[in-house]
Write a protein that binds this ligand. Sequence first.
Ligand code: P6P
Length: 335
Amino acid sequence: MPQINQSLGEFIIENQNEFKYSSGELSRLINSIRLAAKMVNHKVNKAGLVDIVGQIGETNVQGEAQQKLDVYANDVFVNGLINRNIVCGIATEEEEDFLSIKGRQGRNENKYVVLIDPLDGSSNIDVNVSVGTIFSIYRRVTEVGKPVELQDFLQPGHKQVAAGYIVYGTSTIFVYTTGHGVNGFTLNPAIGTYYLSHPNMMFPEKGSIYSVNEGHYVHFPQGVKDYIKYCQKEEEDRPYTSRYIGSMVSDFHRNMIKGGIYFYSSTSSNPQGKLRLLYECNPLAFIAEQAGGKASDGFGRILDIQPTELHQRVPFFCGVKSMVDKAEEFMQRYD
Ligand code: P6P
């Protein structure tokens, strides 16, 4: 049973036997991510003071203007994983192709691949709004020792062995699951240790917060427009409260604690929406389901989607199960 104030390190060791594969490697993997997150947290908190805010004039594979902290965060997570020789491959939002990570024998000798969005919501950095990291871990499907391949990354979300996020906000919190529930650890920056602050996180049965960028309203499918009007109607348990930070990890985290739904649907200009399946939606969907919530593309379970491309986008409805059910009901009227 998790004890409040248990450190993340103690928690990982105490629970590693729950992990059906080689526990030592997963523990080292999670430890590598939490250390990298501390380094990113330090820079995010100082972003206004040192010259790493603002764009570097380049764009990433998404065509999005790269903020300096994006690049820094990507380097910290990637190098942290490479130096510890824990994974055989990494896919990141900031790199067009996956990275093949060879061990000391010059072979892809490790079992796990990591997919990561190093700094989601980075457009918020220079306006002092919280941002986050999202990660997803799979066991490779190709033979250990052989070259890592694209198929190792294009696995459906229900194959994830672990997933998590870090919110760099008013406090820094590390939330993750290995398929045995969801636990949150808050960083004590004074001593650089994460402590269990949110054991066994679960979505509330009901929710009253909806998170969507209503600026896109005219471009939404009719089902989404109807669901938004449903959220605003004066009847039963509504109108809901609208809260949208522009940083999905922050909206997701608040909705899991207070009860709500986050959605970013298709629009007329983006038929698959904006969010990335592999390193944004799948990890949050894994966490959502482990916390009694639900994650859908409006018609089906996110975790059942068979990926076809590394950076593919997907419409995303995620949060309190009854709220996602209702959103699906509206979407499916216009299948
Ligand atoms: P829009 C950040 O870029 C992000 O991926 C999510 O974190 C956030 O919810 C969304 O995009 C914001 O996009 O179109 O509302 O500005």
